[in-house]
Design a protein around this ligand. Sequence first.
Ligand code: CMP
Length: 141
Amino acid sequence: MAGNQTFTMIKPIAVKNNFIGPILKMINEAGFRIKAMKYTRLTKQQAEAFYAVHAGKYFFEGLTEFMSSGPIVAAILEKDNAVADFRKLIGATDPAKAEEGTIRKLYAESMSHNAVHGSDSDENAIIESDFFFSKMERFEV
Ligand code: CMP
């Protein structure tokens, strides 16, 4: 059965461009509820740990450099079928391939500067949520 939670980050470029508000509005309007949220900044080491699955890939250095270049918004989102529904809302990793009306189509600049992250599986949603949030930072609303 599909899980009801996913994890997201609004990436440094979208924060810098003042897109936190519009992106959160789209997330709320799509029916996601916020279970946890924080405004924070990753160190280079933390970005490398978060994206460890991509270590060794040609884009790893650029990705972790970028993700530690400024503040981000991290959040756990709740909704039935959360992982798949959120990936639909954000669109393809490459904004050039993202569908009209998706968050990445509207707010991303490129594959590396793609505005938001979304978990790719229920298993990774749990791992990624645990990376950022303790139990005390999660709320039922
Ligand atoms: P994200 O959903 O945060 O997960 C991994 C990130 O790596 C992805 O979004 C992209 O920003 C980045 N990424 C994945 N593939 C590439 C690529 N081919 N070139 C540059 N960046 C990439």
